[in-house]
Each structure stands twice: as structure tokens, then as C-alpha cells.
Design a protein around this ligand. Structure first.
Ligand SMILES: Nc1ncnc2c1ncn2[C@@H]1O[C@H](COP(=O)(O)OP(=O)(O)OP(=O)(O)O)[C@@H](O)[C@H]1O
Ligand SMILES: [Mg+2]
Length: 600
């Protein structure tokens, strides 16, 4: 992302706050104008003293300077400026947090699955923090410095033209040096930022998988891997900052030289009578204020340079297009009947993580990848119970992901009740589907919250009878009363307070509470003991009567009675029919059955 684009995005970002920013700019201008007055008064007092004016006259001017000081510090700086700046900071923080969430929600489920969550979290946290840093630096430092430098330079010309030119030349040289240093180190700072993100990814992976690390006694290994990586990043950072400091010191010498030139030229002007002692006092205080501010540009620049790299990554993320597009006038067919048709559907998983790869300008998204699903054709009629069977990695869950529009197919079409899935209102469609995924993801909240999650936050509207019915069907009824607070027990992060089988049952209850038109069970009962599996299978038969049901199960006894069984092998549908038919006609199915004959 070029700097111009970056600046454009920043301005665009703050467009909503233009009123607050204008007020702050005006207050800065007023504050800096008042800053000019005190040295001016001191100069005039000095000239009056030299001219032999009375102490009474001078006291009056001194009281005036006190008034100006009070107005500037108490009213303009402290009250109006600080209050407005903090108000803007708080509002902008809320705005940016919401904007990030809005954006993240537009990504397809597939983009979320493929993106490392640690990297995403890091880019968001650093980005949001750095947007705030840039804003604060602009408002607290850059605006006042720029306004002060412009105002003071103009005033200096008003006092003495020759001296004004000396200061202006010094300032221009300093600014040019700043631009040069910025260009020289910008790229290096960006690369270090990338490396820091990678380094943080290692750390967040360790923290996320800490249990696996400990249970495999790999504590020392992961720490040393992390240390090795941080060592490289830290060395690069130290090298950058040592070079940067050297360049900055040279740059700040320009200010020292300018101050020397001002004193020398001032002395010449005073001795040849082209300015008074008071003028010199005014000049020295204004120019040292303005030149002093110029040195702080170095610090400001360092802050901005670091923040720039983080915000750039954040803006890159905010620019990523969702790969599942929602049409502007989506179809909402009311209640879904639940007919599903795949027409020549093929699919290749995209290879990129959206944040890292966007930076690398990856274009050949699918090159070199083989199809996870190849020319799939099938129809599941409304109300049917269908099953997908096949070896691990054959493509069963991929079919479900495509059906849920986690991704769009690379070729072909998916039709729901005759409507192209791409034209449907996605939220409305997903509301009509209850899905129990292979890996159940639960919130660190109550059991009730987790089960009623699909109901738009209206858990209080769920009657106890409804909750009882759903928990009976999913066999949650078997264990919830043993939890410390029943349905109101907090079940821990990812449901750690529950067993694997209990988590699955919560997942089943969560799918059923929606009373969906299509129910999808992807290895829903695989973690259950045979007795509970059998009870849930029985319950599912009751549930399946009212809707289309899709079951994926390795345990073939679970799907024996399905209306249609699809056999998936290497991303292809190689068989379709009832159990008895497939036993006669499908070699792959026979193999699957024979390999499980002891349980069948
Ligand atoms: N996000 C992904 N990115 C790239 N490839 C993927 C992704 N998810 C799955 N795959 C690949 O797609 C193929 C099909 O995977 P899928 O999850 O559909 O298998 P499955 O039939 O459900 O297997 P299982 O029975 O083990 O659950 C596999 O080769 C897998 O490695
Ligand atoms: Mg699977």
C-alpha cells in the first residue's frame, strides 16, 4: 500500500469526525496565537525599560501578560483542547472497534477457517492501537507543531526579514532531512513489523496449544524456538534503531546550526541598529520555541513510522474483499422445503490466508492445488434422509461447507428449492439450517446461552418445555442436572468443563432449537458411547420426519436406513442409492461395509 493510498484511507476513516477535528484545529490555532503574545509583551517591556518608562506603565503590561497566560493555559489548552481531544479519542475508539467487527463479519466462513486467528488478532490489536497512536500524535503533537512553526515563521518575518530567512532556511533543511530519513527507513520498519507479526504468531500458537505442549513435554523446545525467532527480530530492530538514531542526531544538528546562525545574525543586526534589544528578545524566544518544536518532529516521526507499519497491515485487512459475495436483492423464499441439488460442482480450496497473502500480492490462488470436490451431481429431495460416507479426507465435510456457503464452488451450481444458493439471502438460509459440525465450537458462557445461541439473543423467549424437548432429543437431559447450576452453568472456554460427547450433545441441541428445515449432522454422534449413540439415532429418526436430514458418519450402522446414501471417494461421488442397492452395485461401499463388519 502506497503512502498516498494510506493517507487517503486515514482521511476517509476520520471523515465522520470532521467537525470535532475542525474545532481542535481552531483551538490549536488560537492557543498558538496566544503563545506568540507573551514573548512579544516581554520584548516590548524590555524596550520600554531601555527607553526609561515608569514602573507603573510596565506593571500594567505585566498584568496583561498574566491575563493572556491564564486564558491560554486554563481555558484554551486545558479545558477546551483537552476535553475535545479526549472526546474524539473515545468516540474514535468505539467507531474503529465497530468498524473492525463489521468488516470481519463480511468475510466468508472459508476465509475465517483459512486465516490464522493469532495473526488476525495481532493485526487487529496492533492496527487499532496504532490508529489511536497516530491520531493522538497528530492531534497532540503534529498539528500544534505545524501550526506553531507556520505562525511563528510568519511572525519572525514581521520582526526582521533577514533573521526570518535564516530560521526558514534552517527549518526547510530540517524538514528535508526528515523526509529523507523517513523514506530511507520506512521499508525496513515495515519488514520488521511483518517479522514481529510472525513472531507473535509463534507465541499465540504456543499459548493456544499449551495443553498439547505440556502433555508432550515440549516446553523447552517451544520456548527456545520462540526465543530464537525473537532474537532475530530483536536484532533487526536494534540495528534499525541504532542507524535511525545516528541519522536523527545528524538531522538535529541542523537545529543547533540554525540557532547559532540566528544569534550571529541577530548580533550583527543589533550592532548596525536594524533592530532593538526588545525585538531581539522577541525574536530569540519565538525562534527557539519554533526550532525547539522542530526537534520534537524526530520523536513524532519515530512514533508515526512504527505505527504506520501496523496501521498499513490493518488497512490491508480492512481492504480484503469477502470471497463470498452477497447479491443486492437476495431471494427470501419464506419457509424452505429443503430440496438440495448439486449440479456439476467442483471445488479447490484457496491456498491463501487473506491477511498475509494480500500483502504478498498473491494472484494465483488455486495454482497447483487439486480438487477437493470434482464434478459432483446429486439431488436430495425435501424431507429425505441422506447420508454421505467415504474414507477420511474424501470430501464429505467439503460438501457441507459448500452447502453452507462457507466457500463458493469453483465450478457448477448449488440449488436450494430450485434457487441458486448464490442468489439467496444467506442469513435467512443459514437460519433454516441446523448444523452439528465435526468440531463443535462453544462459547465460554452458560449451557443455556450455548444451546439457544441461534435464536438472535432471545434465549428468555425459549420456554422450559422447548428446552426440555430439545435436551431430551439431544440427550443433554442426561447430564445437565448434574452440573452445578443446571442450564445456567458456565461451561468454560470451548466447553472444557464438558466431556467430548457432552459437547457434541450441546451441538445437537443447538441445531435442533432452530427447528430447521435442513438438519446436518457431521459425525455428530462419533464421540458418544454405543448406548447414547443408539438413543440419539432413535431420536433423530423422530426429528428427521419433519425435515431434510443429511448425515455424515463413519459408523455405517448410523446411516443404514437412509433414503439415499452417497459414496464419496477422492472428491468424487462414486455411488448413490439405498444400502441394499449399493451393497450390490458399489465396490467402494462394499469395501467400507466389510471393513466395519464387526460393528455392522
Ligand atoms: N481449509 C482447507 N484448506 C485446504 N484444504 C482443505 C481444507 N479443508 C479440507 N481440506 C482438504 O480437502 C480434502 C477433503 O477434506 P474433508 O474435510 O472434506 O474430508 P472428510 O471426507 O470430511 O474427512 P473426515 O472423514 O476425516 O472428516 C482433504 O484432502 C483435506 O486435506
Ligand atoms: Mg469431515
Amino acid at each position: 500500500m502506497k503512502f498516498k493510498q494510506f493517507a487517503g484511507k486515514f482521511v476517509e476513516f476520520y471523515r465522520n469526525f470532521w467537525k470535532a477535528i475542525t474545532i481542535l484545529l481552531l483551538l490549536t490555532l488560537l492557543g498558538q496565537a496566544l503563545n506568540l503574545i507573551a514573548p512579544y509583551i516581554y520584548g516590548k517591556i524590555l524596550d520600554a525599560l531601555v527607553a526609561g518608562k515608569s514602573a507603573k506603565d510596565i506593571m500594567l503590561v505585566a498584568v496583561l501578560s498574566l491575563g493572556v497566560y491564564t486564558l491560554q493555559t486554563m481555558v484554551v489548552d486545558r479545558y477546551f483542547y483537552w476535553y475535545n481531544i479526549n472526546k474524539l479519542r473515545i468516540d474514535a475508539h468505539q467507531y474503529i472497534s465497530e468498524k473492525t467487527l463489521d468488516k470481519v463479519m463480511t468475510f466468508s466462513v472459508g476465509q475465517d477457517i483459512n486465516q490464522n486467528s493469532g495473526v488476525k488478532q495481532d493485526v487487529i490489536t496492533r492496527g487499532e492501537h496504532s490508529v489511536a497512536t497516530i491520531t493522538n500524535t497528530l492531534l497532540y503533537e503534529v498539528f500544534p507543531v505545524v501550526i506553531q512553526v507556520i505562525l511563528f515563521s510568519a511572525a519572525l518575518f514581521f520582526i526582521n526579514l533577514k533573521l526570518g530567512f535564516v530560521v526558514l532556511a534552517g527549518m526547510i533543511a530540517h524538514l528535508a532531512a526528515n523526509i529523507y530519513i523517513n523514506c530511507k527507513f520506512k521499508e525496513e520498519a515495515g519488514q520488521i513489523e511483518e517479522k514481529e507479526i510472525d513472531n507473535n504468531k509463534i507465541r499465540s500458537e504456543i499459548l493456544r496449544n499449551i495443553e498439547t505442549v505440556k502433555l508432550n513435554s515440549q516446553e523447552e523446545r517451544v520456548i527456545s524456538e520462540y526465543r530464537e525467532d525473537s532474537f532475530t527480530v530483536n536484532n533487526l530492530s536494534k540495528k534499525l534503531w541504532s542507524k535511525y538514531t545516528l541519522y536523527s542526531s545528524c538531522r538535529d544538528m541542523i537545529i543547533g546550526l540554525t540557532k547559532f546562525a540566528v544569534i550571529a545574525t541577530g548580533a550583527v543586526c543589533y550592532s548596525n541598529g536594524s533592530c532593538s534589544a526588545g525585538d531581539l528578545l522577541i525574536f530569540f524566544s519565538w525562534s527557539s520555541s519554533a526550532l525547539g518544536k522542530m526537534t520534537s518532529i524526530g520523536t513524532i516521526q519515530r512514533i508515526l513510522m512504527t505505527a504506520y507499519a501496523s496501521v498499513k497491515n490493518y488497512f490491508v485487512m480492512m481492504d480484503v474483499e469477502p470471497d463470498v459475495r452477497i447479491v443486492s436483492n437476495p431471494v427470501k423464499p419464506g419457509k424452505y422445503l429443503g430440496q438440495i441439488e448439486f449440479k456439476n460442482v467442483s471445488f479447490v480450496y484457496p491456498k491463501r490466508n487473506y491477511i498475509e497473502e494480500k500483502n504478498k500480492k498473491e494472484t494465483k490462488l488455486f495454482e497447483g492445488r487439486h480438487e477437493a470436490l470434482s464434478n459432483a451431481n446429486f439431488i436430495i429431495r425435501a424431507g429425505q434422509k441422506a447420508a454421505f460416507v467415504g474414507h477420511s479426507g474424501s470430501g464429505k465435510s467439503t460438501i457441507i461447507k459448500l452447502l453452507m456457503r462457507a466457500y463458493d464452488p469453483t465450478a457448477g451450481q448449488i440449488l436450494i428449492d430450485g434457487h441458486d444458493l448464490r442468489l439467496l439471502d444467506l442469513r435467512d438460509f443459514r437460519n433454516s439450517v441446523g448444523i452439528v459440525e465435526q468440531q463443535i465450537l462453544l462459547f465460554d458462557n452458560t449451557l443455556r446461552y450455548n444451546i439457544t445461541f441461534p435464536l438472535n439473543g432471545k434465549s428468555e423467549l425459549v420456554s422450559d418445555e422447548m428446552l426440555d424437548k430439545v435436551s431430551r432429543l439431544s440427550r443433554v437431559s442426561e447430564f445437565y442436572h448434574r452440573l452445578e447450576n443446571g442450564f445456567d452453568t458456565i461451561i468454560g472456554e470451548r466447553g472444557v468443563k464438558l466431556s467430548g460427547g457432552q459437547c457434541k450433545r450441546v451441538g445437537i441441541a443447538r441445531a435442533l432449537i432452530k427447528d430447521p428445515s435442513i438438519l446436518i449432522l457431521d459425525e455428530a454422534t462419533s464421540d458418544l458411547d454405543a448406548q447414547n449413540d443408539a438413543i440419539i439415532q432413535q431420536a433423530m429418526k423422530e426429528v428427521a420426519k419433519e425435515r431434510t436430514t443429511i448425515i455424515i458418519a463413519h459408523r455405517l450402522s448410523t446411516i443404514k436406513d437412509a433414503d439415499k446414501i452417497f459414496v464419496v471417494n477422492g472428491g468424487k461421488i462414486v455411488g448413490e442409492g439405498k444400502h441394499a442397492e449399493l451393497m450390490k452395485s458399489c465396490f467402494e461401499y462394499q469395501n467400507l461395509v466389510h471393513s466395519q463388519v464387526h460393528v455392522f
